[in-house]
Ligand binder design. Structure first.
Ligand code: SF4
Ligand code: SF4
Length: 161
């Protein structure tokens, strides 16, 4: 069920993004309330706003296409520096309540998670499963796409408290 939601992230983002846009445009909800939503969701879930909630992020991703090997898409995913919600919630990745946790007793060290992660595949100092490397899920740029969780063949990655 949860993997299904991950695979349909774009649909979730479209719905939440449309609600946020409507709140801003038609119900005069202040931009500061939206920033607050980004910060509170960041403290609980990490940097989820960009990829799960943001209407601008939805449009940006549309323009980048879907090819995961596209350098433009990788750089967009990696940097995404243009927004205060991204700055704050990216910083909160280290402290958020929910984190991506690996069960080392079932992990087979296959490396599929790293090859699907835009941080670990761009920066060799990072790895989801190699313990001596930095964990990409607490990196500023991890916007909780949760592809690593979805792709893990042994179900060893969980996004949880
Ligand atoms: S994809 Fe899963 S099993 Fe493979 S290395 Fe990553 S956590 Fe371990
Ligand atoms: S959620 Fe997983 S795959 Fe996505 S950026 Fe974060 S660590 Fe990488």
């Amino acid at each position: 069920m949860f993997n299904k939601i991950i695979r349909n992230r774009r649909a979730v983002q479209a719905i939440i993004g449309a609600l946020i846009l409507a709140a801003y445009m038609y119900f005069q909800v202040s931009i500061w309330v939206i920033v607050l939503i980004g910060v509170v969701s960041g403290a609980i879930f990490g940097k989820v706003f960009c990829r799960w909630m943001c209407p601008l992020g939805f449009i940006m991703e549309l323009t980048m296409g879907k090819d995961p090997s596209s350098k433009n898409l990788q750089l967009y995913n990696y940097h995404k520096l243009g927004c205060p919600i991204a700055w704050i919630s990216g910083f909160l990745n280290r402290f958020s309540l929910f984190k991506i946790k690996r069960d080392s007793s079932t992990c087979t060290d296959c490396g599929i998670c790293d090859s699907n992660c835009y941080i670990a595949s761009l920066n060799k100092d990072y790895s989801i499963y190699k313990e001596k490397k930095e964990n990409p899920s607490t990196h500023y740029s991890c916007s909780k796409c949760l592809v690593c969780v979805d792709k893990c063949p042994s179900n060893s990655l969980k996004y949880r408290v």
